[in-house]
Each structure stands twice: as structure tokens, then as C-alpha cells.
Design a protein around this ligand. Structure first.
Ligand SMILES: Cc1ncc(COP(=O)(O)O)c(C=O)c1O
Length: 416
């Protein structure tokens, strides 16, 4: 599939000057060596002048200028729209990024799994909202144990039976657990039906001795990637209306609606129009990815330019002897097989596939800007950021091509 011209130009500009390096004498540091340097040097790591080209590959790289610009855009928009951001750590799984989000004004951090919450809490992140219900006895016990140490931990529930289990476990652990009612926006993935059923559950949570009601969640995943801003806005507001009505009924019944959280990267500048809505659970905005680039924004129907692609996979060319193609060391195990495929940053006329376990494949189109030689390194804009991050132990935080920090992906693989 040929990429539309404006999208191609945008991506070229996004990666200007960062595309290819001749393998001049590079040192080739391993991940373990870089982590050791970082532990020794701390904030002075950048003064060592380790170039991104010195990293062994495949490696996960985050561009700090782009990341900081994304955080600033989010915060500016939240201030303008009078709501908060509670970014979802399922995307980055990284305490250093969660800390940066809180430092730049986010009201808290969301997590998908109790193990993610534990990993972040171990690294000092304590304003945590878990957006998935804990159903099994083991997870419920862990959640209550975490609540004991982390008073700002809030968890979701979407059935009366689960609320009773949570309350019993909270009492057994000697805590009062903060709970939000998860309301279904219509996707039927999780959440209770809005209106009377959700109100009844909120009333039950409010009554149960081990629980304290804090409000509702309504994450509309089905609207995030709707192509075209107007269509996305119309669908989002339509689907959030029932949750807004539930929120209103809760207010009339004297229940807490302190939290009405939902939304994501695709709807961050839409959700505030829903009455009662308090904060967006944005995840991908911090990195962006090829899936989001294609949905279009309010200013550009083709490319979603609100946030800059900050996350790339650094890869090395292994084979370049065949006409029209090259093979790299970043295949499915480094990039996933999500679609659309990763994008070669800063280049035009190239397509990339990562369907093979260990190898990636570049094909040159007629308008390719160059060809690669063995040992050249290039960067790939990730297809879908969340599952890519989950493949790596660390990410390299880079500014102007120099490694400034090595960030542990502490919740990597924490899927329970
Ligand atoms: C419950 C919940 N909230 C928020 C998000 C963040 O979404 P996005 O990455 O689209 O911003 C997700 C993503 O899947 C999610 O499952």
C-alpha cells in the first residue's frame, strides 16, 4: 500500500537527519553495560556522550524532546478543557515515565493489572487507579495488601458479587478499599450496564463496610481509533452519554462522583464535553505509534499530528545483497506483528515487515531515498506501542542522538 503524500512528508520531517548511520568505529554497548553506566553516572550519563548508534540492537529508544512535547501538549489541553489526565501505565510500564507524568501535572496513574500496580508502587508511584476488576481470590488479596501500604490505590468493580468479595477481603485485611464502578460504554468488554444497574451497584459499594465509593470509570476503547475527528467525536459523545446520565443519577442519590475517568489518546480533546467527566486515561499519547498516526486529527484528516512519534526500535541491517530489499535484526520478537507495520523513520519509499520471528524486511519502492549496507542502523516508528514496550527490559532515553538515561521497564511482563 502506498502511503499518502502528506503522511509520508510528515514522517520524513519527524525523522529528519536521524535515518541512517555508516558503521564508523562504533563501540557497541550491550543493555547490561548501559544499565551499569547509568547506575554509576546517574544524571551525568549524557556527559559520557554515548551515541544512540553505539547501542546494540534491537533496542528500544525514546526521544526525550518528543516525549516532553507530548506531555506538554496533554497538560496544555487539560488546562484549557478544565479536566485532568490520569495516564495509563499499561503503555509504558515504566516508573521514570510515570514520575514525569505526575511531575508535569497528571492527577494520578492508571494500571491494568495488580502486578503492574505493585511494580510501580515498589518504585515510588502511589497515586494508582486500577482500571480492570480483580476477580480471583489471589488477586483480590494482593490488591488489598497493596491498599494497606498504598492509601491512594483505587480499584474497579463491575458486579455486585465482586463488590461483596472486595468488601469482605478489605475487612479481612483491615482496610477500607477505594472503589470505582466500571460502566460499559456499549462495547460489552467490561463494565456494568449504565443507568439503573450501575446506580444499584454504586449504592451497594457505598453501603458495603469494607469499601468507599469514589465514582465511575467508562473507557470507550471502540472509539479511540475511529478515523476522522468528526466521526470520532460524534461516536464518543454518543457512547459516553449513558455514563454521564449514570453519573447524574449518582449525584442526585448523594453518591460520590469525585472520579469519572475514561477516554484515551484518540478522544483526549473530546471527552471533556461529557458532563461530569473528570479525567482522561490516556496511554499511547506519550509515545504515539503507527496505528494512531493513521486516524487523523482535528487539523489534518490524514495524519494525527497532535503528538509526536517518540518511541522507536533501533535495528541493524544484516543482509543487503539482494536487489530491492534488505534484512534487519528486528522481526516479530522485537516489533510484534501488529498492523500497520512499523514505519522506517525519516525515509520515504520503504516498507517494513516484521512477520518473521528474528528478521525484519525492508523493501525499496521506486521512490526510495537510499539503500542500506550491512551494519547500517535505522529506526522504526513502532506499530502499536503497548505490546512493543512489553518486549524490552529497558528503554534508552535519548536527546539529540545522545543517551541521557536508561529507564527500566519495571512492569514489563507483569500481566497478572
Ligand atoms: C482501560 C483503558 N484505559 C485507557 C487506555 C489508553 O488508551 P490509549 O492508549 O488509546 O490512550 C486503555 C488502552 O487500551 C485502556 O484499556
Amino acid at each position: 500500500m502506498t502511503m499518502p503524500l502528506s503522511r509520508r512528508h510528515f514522517l520524513q520531517a519527524a525523522g529528519a537527519g536521524a535515518a541512517v548511520w555508516v558503521p564508523a568505529p562504533v563501540k557497541g554497548y550491550s543493555g547490561a553495560e548501559m544499565s551499569a553506566f547509568a547506575a554509576q553516572a546517574g544524571p551525568a550519563l549524557s556527559s559520557l556522550g554515548v551515541s544512540v548508534r553505539d547501542l546494540d540492537t534491537p533496542a528500544l529508544v525514546v526521544d526525550l524532546d518528543a516525549l516532553d512535547a507530548n506531555l506538554a501538549t496533554m497538560q496544555r489541553t487539560m488546562e484549557r478543557n478544565g479536566i485532568g489526565s490520569r495516564p495509563h501505565a499499561k503503555t509504558h510500564k515504566c516508573p521514570a515515565i510515570a514520575r514525569r507524568q505526575l511531575e508535569t501535572g497528571s492527577v494520578g496513574i492508571c494500571v491494568a493489572k495488580v502486578s503492574e500496580a505493585e511494580a510501580l508502587f515498589e518504585h515510588g508511584i502511589d497515586r494508582l487507579l486500577m482500571t480492570t476488576s480483580n476477580v480471583t481470590p489471589f488477586k483480590i488479596r494482593r490488591a488489598m495488601h497493596l491498599r494497606k501500604w498504598c492509601p491512594a490505590f483505587v480499584q474497579a468493580t463491575d458486579t455486585a458479587a465482586n463488590a461483596r468479595d472486595l468488601s469482605e477481603a478489605a475487612e479481612a485485611a483491615g482496610v477500607v478499599a477505594d472503589v470505582v464502578v466500571d460502566v460499559d460504554p456499549g462495547g460489552h468488554r467490561t463494565g456494568i450496564t449504565p443507568g439503573e444497574p450501575a446506580l444499584a451497584l454504586a449504592q451497594l459499594v457505598d453501603r458495603l463496610p469494607g469499601l468507599r465509593l469514589r465514582g465511575i470509570l467508562c473507557y470507550d476503547g471502540g472509539s479511540q481509533h475511529v478515523t476522522g475527528f468528526e466521526a470520532r467525536q460524534a461516536q464518543t459523545l454518543d457512547r459516553l452519554a449513558a455514563a454521564a446520565d449514570t453519573c447524574e443519577r449518582m449525584v442526585r442519590s448523594g453518591l460520590s462522583t469525585e472520579i469519572f475517568s475514561g477516554g484515551g489518546t484518540g478522544t483526549y480533546n473530546i471527552d471533556h464535553q461529557t458532563p461530569g467527566f473528570t479525567d482522561v486515561q490516556v496511554g499511547s499519547y506519550v509515545f504515539m505509534d503507527a496505528q494512531y498516526l493513521g486516524i487523523g486529527g482535528a487539523d489534518d484528516p490524514e495524519v494525527y499530528r497532535d503528538f509526536q512519534p517518540a518511541l522507536t526500535i533501533l535495528t541493524t541491517v544484516l543482509n543487503a545483497q539482494y536487489e530491492g530489499r534488505a534484512t534487519t535484526d528486528a522481526g516479530a520478537k522485537a516489533c510484534t506483528i501488529n498492523r500497520p507495520w512499523s514505519i522506517v523513520k525519516g525515509e520515504q519509499g520503504m516498507s517494513y515487515t516484521s512477520g518473521s520471528d528474528e528478521f525484519g524486511s525492508i523493501r525499496y519502492g521506486d521512490d526510495a531515498s537510499r539503500t542500506y549496507a550491512v551494519g547500517d542502523k535505522l529506526e522504526l516508528i513502532v506499530s502499536h506501542c503497548d505490546p512493543v514496550v512489553n518486549l524490552y527490559d529497558r528503554m534508552y532515553a535519548v536527546r539529540g542522538g545522545i543517551v541521557e538515561a536508561v529507564w527500566e521497564i519495571a512492569a514489563r511482563g507483569r500481566s497478572t
